[in-house]
Ligand binder design. Sequence first.
Ligand code: PLP
Length: 438
Amino acid sequence: KAAPTKRDYETLVELDKKHFLHPTSPIKQQQEDGPAFIFTEGNGIYLKDIHGQELIDGLSSLWNVNIGHGRKELGQVAAEQMSKLAFSSTFATFSHEPAIELAAKIAEITPGDLNTVFFTSGGSESNDTAFKLVRHYWKLKGQPEKKKIVSRRKSYHGVAMGATSATGLQPFRDFTTSLAPDFYYVESTPESFRAFIEAEGAETIAAYISEPIQGTGGVIMPPKDYFKEIKSICEENNILFIADEVITGFGRTGTYFGVEQFGIVPDIMSVAKGITSGYAALGGVIISEKIHQDLIDLSDGLFMHGYTYSGHPTACAVALKNIEIIENEGLIDNSKAMGEKMLEGFKRIQDKHEIVGEVRGLGLMGAIEIVEDKETGERFAEPLAPSIVAESLKRGLIHRGVIYEGADTLIFAPPLNINEEEVEKMIQIIDEAITAAK
Ligand code: PLP
C-alpha cells in the first residue's frame, strides 16, 4: 500500500465513521454526523480545527492539558529522549535516568511520606494498580480476606475492569454485564462509611478510594471536614485511604495536589493526566514509605505486577519538563488566582440568570448548576446543559455538560496558564450561551 497522502475533509469524515470507534462517545450520532471537529493544532488555551476555527479548550481537553497547548519544549525533550533511548524496560532490576529522576521529583512534591512511585500509562491503570496493591498488601500482612474496595457514589475512577468497578456513576457500570467482585459504594457522609464498616466488618475491607473533588460527576466538592473524618475512620479500622488525584493533581485546584486543600495525607495516591499535561501517556501510583517497606519486608521476593510501559523513558522525560514548566511559570499560583476570577465570573452569571443555581469552584475546576427554580434548586424535567454546551461551542468555547443521575451542570477546567482576559472571554461566552439556550 502507498503511504496515505493528505486527504480532503469529506474523506476524513467517512474514514472516521467507518474505521474509528471513539472512546466514551455517542456511537449513533457519530455515525450520522461524523466528527464534530477534526483538530489540527493547539496553542495556549486554544485548539484549532481543520477549517481554521479556534476554540477555547475550557476543559483542558480531558482535564489534562495543564500547561496549555503548543509547548515546543516538550516536543524537543521528547525528540531528544526518543533519539537517545526511545525505550528500555524497567522490569526486574533494569532502570534508566528519566524514570529515576521523575520518581525522585514526585517524592519531593507529594505530601507527607508518599515517597515511592509505581509508573503506569494512565489513570485507569493507576487505579487498577492501587486496588491490586492494597489486596497484595493485606495478603502479605496475613489478612487475605481484607479485599473489599469502597468508593463514593458519583465517583469516576476510569474504565479498566477494577477502575470501572470502583466508579460510582451508574452509566459507566451499566456498559458491561459483569464487573469485578468486592467493590462497594457509599454516600458521601462519614455516617454512611461507618454504617458500611459496621455491616461488612473492617476485617473484610482493604481500602477506601475517593477523588478529592469529584470531577466527571460534576465538580462536586466534599462536605466540610469530610476527608479528615474519613481518614480517621480509616485509621481506626485499618483501612487504607487511596486518593484519586488523576484530575486534581499537578496544580488543578490551586495546590500541587487536591488533598492538600483538605489537610490529609493518603496512604496511596493515583495520578496521571497533568503529570505530562497530556503530551505523553503516563500515570503513577505513589505509596507511603511504610507501605513500601512492608511490601519489601513481607514479600516472598517477587513483585508480580508491571506494564510494558511502566516508566516509559520518553513519557518520563516529558513529565519532568512539564513539572519544571509548572514550577518555573508559577502555574499553581496562577490556578488559584485565575480560579478566583473564574468563580467571580460565575457569580455574576448567577446574579444575572434566573436559571443559574449554585456555582462553585476550587482552583481551575468549576461548575454552574442549571435549575428551574432558584429557591428550591429544582431542575428542569429536560436538562438544559446539552443545549448550553452547543451554544458555547458555536461561540468558540468547549466545555462539558453533566446530565448523569439527574444532574444539569456545566463544568469547566481550563489550562492553568489561562490569563485574566481569557477568563473574562470564557465568562462572556457562557453568559451568552445561557441566554441563547433558555
Ligand atoms: N480517575 C479520575 C478521577 C479521572 O477523572 C479519570 C479520567 O478522567 C481516570 C481516573 C481515568 O484516567 P484515564 O482515562 O487516564 O485512564
